[in-house]
Ligand binder design. Structure first.
Ligand code: NAP
Length: 242
C-alpha cells in the first residue's frame, strides 16, 4: 500500500490517479479542516504522534512507499516523514508544486516568515487582504493601524487583528471574483504565502492588474529528499517504487 500525506489538491489528484490504476492507496489528513475534501481510496485523519510512531505505523500497515504531498508550509510532518521513512526503510518521494514566479508588472516584497510579513505591511498600505491561512494570524494581531480582510477555510481563533473582517471560503478562486473582492474592500496590499499552484493564483493576477503591492512569504527550508513537481511524475515514481 502507498501512503500519501495529504491536505493539498495535488495529493487528491495523486490518490485518484493511483486508485484508478488499481494501486492500493491510503491518504492521511491532519484533521485541521472541518469538512475536508476526501480523495478516492482509503483515508485516515489525525496526527501519527511523531516520527517514531509514524515509523511504527508504516511497518504495521506494510506501507511500500510514501508520497509526502503536504502543503509547502507544512514543515513538521515533512520532517517527521523523512526521519520515519529512513528508519523504517520505506522509499519516500516529495510531491511539491512549484512556487509562484514574479511577472512583469508585479510589485512583490519577499519575506521569510509571517512576522516579517506583518512588519512589511505598514509602509505599503492600510487595508490588507490576508490570505496566509488560519494558523499564525497572531503575528498580525498587534497591528492596530491596519484594517484586515482575512480569508480562510475555517473560522480563525484569537488572537486576531482588532480591525478586521473574516470571510470563510476555499478555492479555486476566479480572477473576476478576486478583483471584485479587492475593489469592494478597497484593498491596498495583499499578503500571501508562496503556496504555488493554480487554485489560489488569481489573487496575484488581480493585484497585478491593479498595480497593488503583494507581500509574499518564502517557503521554509525542507529536508533533502527525492522530489517531483507534478502528479504525473509522482505516479511514475510510485509505479517504479511501489
Ligand atoms: P505541520 O505543522 O507540518 O504538522 C503539524 C502536525 O500535524 C504534524 O506533526 C503531524 O502530527 C500532523 N500532520 C500534519 N499533516 C498531516 C497529515 N497529512 N497526516 C497526518 N498528520 C499530519 O502541518 P500544518 O502546517 O499544521 O498543516 C496541516 C495539514 O494542512 C497538512 O497536511 C497540510 O498539507 C495542510 N495544509 C497546510 C497549509 C499551511 O499553510 N501550513 C495550507 C494548506 C493545507 P504528528 O506529529 O502527531 O504525526
Amino acid at each position: 500500500m502507498v501512503l500519501i500525506l495529504g491536505g493539498t489538491a495535488e495529493a487528491r489528484a495523486l490518490a485518484a490517479e493511483l486508485d484508478a490504476r488499481g494501486i492500493g492507496v491510503l491518504t492521511s489528513l491532519a484533521g485541521r479542516v472541518g469538512r475536508p475534501r476526501l480523495p478516492p481510496g482509503e483515508v485516515r485523519i489525525g496526527g501519527f504522534g511523531g516520527r517514531e510512531a509514524l515509523a511504527r505505523w508504516l511497518a504495521e500497515h506494510r506501507v511500500s512507499a510514501v508520497v509526502d504531498a503536504t502543503h509547502p508550509f507544512a514543515e513538521r510532518i515533512s520532517a517527521s516523514a523523512t526521519r520515519a521513512c529512513a528508519s523504517a526503510g520505506v522509499p519516500l518521494l516529495r510531491l511539491e508544486r512549484p512556487g509562484w514566479r514574479e511577472r512583469p508588472g508585479d510589485r512583490w516584497t519577499w519575506v521569510d516568515d509571517l512576522d516579517a510579513a506583518a512588519a512589511a505591511i505598514g509602509p505599503l498600505g492600510e487595508r490588507a487582504f490576508l490570505t496566509t491561512g488560519r494558523q499564525g494570524l497572531a503575528a498580525f494581531a498587534g497591528l492596530r493601524a491596519i484594517w484586515f480582510l482575512i480569508r480562510c477555510v475555517d473560522p480563525p481563533r484569537p488572537p486576531l487583528p482588532l480591525r478586521r473582517e473574516v470571510i470563510l471560503d476555499r478555492g479555486p478562486y476566479s480572477l473576476a471574483g478576486e478583483g471584485e473582492l479587492l475593489d469592494r474592500h478597497r484593498i491596498d496590499v495583499l499578503v500571501t504565502k508562496d503556496s504555488g499552484g493554480e487554485h489560489t493564483a488569481a489573487k496575484l493576477d488581480a493585484a497585478r492588474a491593479r498595480g497593488l503591492p503583494v507581500i509574499v512569504v518564502r517557503r521554509p527550508p525542507r529536508p533533502a529528499s527525492e522530489a517531483v513537481g507534478t502528479v504525473e511524475a509522482a505516479v511514475a515514481w510510485v509505479a517504479h517504487a511501489g
